[in-house]
Design a protein around this ligand. Structure first.
Ligand SMILES: *Cc1c(COP(=O)(O)O)cnc(C)c1O
Length: 237
């Protein structure tokens, strides 16, 4: 496909999704500007990321270090790169260099490594590295997912909060496959509301993907992570 056609395709996808975000916000009596769209560019080429930037997108999501590092490096400085994939301990050193925030923290060892590695990057001091804690909503664990069980969340967050190198920005969740997202995200809204009483600085609720972002918006998501609705189906290599 020639470049201009691809750019038009992405522009069209983006326009449709933005309209859907606005409509969902409106029917939930929310201000659309309180909802941040993160475009998930995993598996898509850097040229698509360039088009998205030209179209005004500034927040990008990636799941893998190897991919994120090549897209984010030497990219425009006025962008935010969100790491949202399962964390591998040996990749943290690299991830904290290109990712501005990690959404998928779910292991205490990783928290310490993120903090230590962040402190070692020259540009970082004295800032804290922003993280979201991923919450496991799949009570029956139909498929294994990354995340902290809701009942263990406060204890986990207390341990993270003791680490002076990290800032708990909020919570992240993925709706379980084959469950009604409305039920999952309603549960998440309760968890988030309780969480904010103890951690008032945790203002982000990262929830909602292509198939369920409207439901996530209804239930208070502040950050939605959308890939295929904008960029098309991913072809896994
Ligand atoms: C891939 C992915 C997304 C985006 O998924 P789409 O269905 O393509 O919108 C969002 N969040 C996470 C954690 C992902 O892995």
């Amino acid at each position: 496909m020639v470049n201009q056609e691809r750019k038009a395709e992405i522009a069209n996808g983006l326009e449709i999704v933005m309209a859907q975000i606005n409509a969902a916000a409106k029917s939930a009596n929310r201000n659309p500007s309180d909802i941040s769209l993160i475009v998930v560019t995993k598996t898509f080429p850097r040229s698509d990321v360039d088009f998205l930037y030209e179209l005004g997108v500034r927040d990008f999501g990636e799941n893998r270090d190897q991919e994120g590092v090549v897209k984010a490096e030497n990219f425009h400085p006025d962008t935010n790169w969100h790491f949202q994939g399962q964390i591998q301990g040996n990749k943290i050193k690299s991830i904290v260099k290109w990712a501005d925030v990690i959404h998928s923290l779910a292991e205490i060892d990783h928290a310490k490594t993120i903090s230590d590695r962040h402190q070692m990057t020259e540009s970082a001091l004295p800032t804290k590295y922003p993280v979201l804690i991923q919450v496991l909503l799949d009570s029956e664990k139909r498929i294994e997912r990354n995340g902290i069980e809701p009942k263990a969340l406060i204890e986990f967050a207390d341990a993270i909060a003791k680490n002076s190198g990290l800032e708990i920005k909020g919570l992240m969740a993925v709706a379980p496959i084959a469950e009604n997202p409305d039920i999952a995200f309603a549960k998440m809204a309760d968890i988030f509301s309780d969480f904010k009483e103890k951690f008032p600085m945790a203002t982000w609720l990262s929830a909602g993907m292509s198939g369920d972002f409207e439901s996530a918006i209804t239930h208070g998501a502040t950050h939605i992570r959308i890939g295929s609705s904008i960029l098309g189906n991913r072809s896994y290599l």
